[in-house]
Write a protein that binds this ligand. Sequence first.
Ligand SMILES: Nc1ncnc2c1ncn2[C@@H]1O[C@H](COP(=O)(O)OP(=O)(O)O)[C@@H](O)[C@H]1O
Ligand SMILES: [Mg+2]
Length: 424
Amino acid sequence: MAALPLSHAATLDAPPSCGEKTLTDDPFVTGDTIVAGAGAPRLPDAPKLTGGSRRTVVPRVVEEAGQTKLVQGEEERYRRESVIGQGGMGEVAKAFDRDIGRTVAVKRMLTEVTSPTLVARFVDEVRTLGRLHHPNIVPIHDVDLDPDGNLFFTMPIVDGVPLDALMERLEKRDPETLAAFPLSRRMDVFAGIVDALGHAHERNVVHRDVKPANVIVGPFGEVVLLDWGIARLDGEERPGSESEDPLVARTSEKTRHGHVVGTPHYMAPEQARGDVSAIGPATDLYAAFVVLYEMLTLTTFVKAETATLALAEVASKVAPAPESAAYVPEGSPIVPAELRHFLRHGLDATPARRYPSAAAVLAELARIRSGDFKIECPVTFSKRASTVYFRFVERSPMLGLALLGSVLALALSSIVLAVILAIR
Ligand SMILES: Nc1ncnc2c1ncn2[C@@H]1O[C@H](COP(=O)(O)OP(=O)(O)O)[C@@H](O)[C@H]1O
Ligand SMILES: [Mg+2]
């Protein structure tokens, strides 16, 4: 079993305010996103945006004495209802849109963590969502200011369970969750994440914070990748000032090349090193493979309990060898050999040796699922050989049976011959 429960990857466990942790925070931080500039108190020059929160514009229609009257409302457009999630950058709440008459999800910045860099990141998240249009990515409806001058944006509420909560149930071997999530469905979840990433990468967006807490799995198997709060657009890095960036200010040998942003336990080695120029689509795909590894083995990939230790562990981390016991989890299906090789390629420490794109990952997964995987060990050789044979039987059943008969006859006569020779 894992040294750490998978549930520790949940940002919902983070403290209610300033949930983001810096590298030097040592309490339990396994699932927290490191955001340059986060954790700082509201700075003296913290932006206070103006513009006023929007009021309803759609009038109330009243039928009175056979006449239609329009009553202009003066209420705030969104009525906040309940908090549905909290991360480091902001809070996500359910709200009722009085104009359109529907419930939406509202993500707003937390007032305690305000700095120009963080507002800029929030703006980036808004613009990133505006650029993306994909069934596995939640779309943005609108952006606005609340009465305190804090930016927020609205989006549809994704119906489903956060993947970290789902993995926690799998890890506890909850029979219902195990039955609902056989390996094939776990692969579907992975494919959904990779599909979303492929779309983002085509539009020059790198997510940089792929982890179970940022994925929601819907009741019909829908997979939605959320939280583009630290995504990088067009290869540009937000500069951030040293004084407001706790990571840069307390830089170490490992981080001096740039900002370390992301969640240590899901970071690729180049991201953990803060090697900004090496971060790209392969970095996101690595994180998706960490998620796949954890979904299949039901153990954490990175075992360290603090951000600092996790960054050190990731730097030299390789996936366990195919024969490792990690792939034979108790009370959960054995991870097939071809998937073990798939994981090992996806989790290569060198970006150039990983799959070159999301499309390549999905193509390889499709090959694996159809039995056309590469031969990489005796197990994959025998599995491929049997696939080839069974396909032959489908095409020519009689010939196939004849072939099987002759092989069996040959094997039987060899045994008989061996016994005779032994008796003599
Ligand atoms: N559109 C949504 N529908 C339902 N739940 C959501 C939605 N957006 C976010 N959440 C929930 O809120 C949590 C925090 O949102 P996220 O965008 O990850 O914020 P942060 O940047 O603070 O981590 C998510 O982990 C998820 O559980
Ligand atoms: Mg998040």
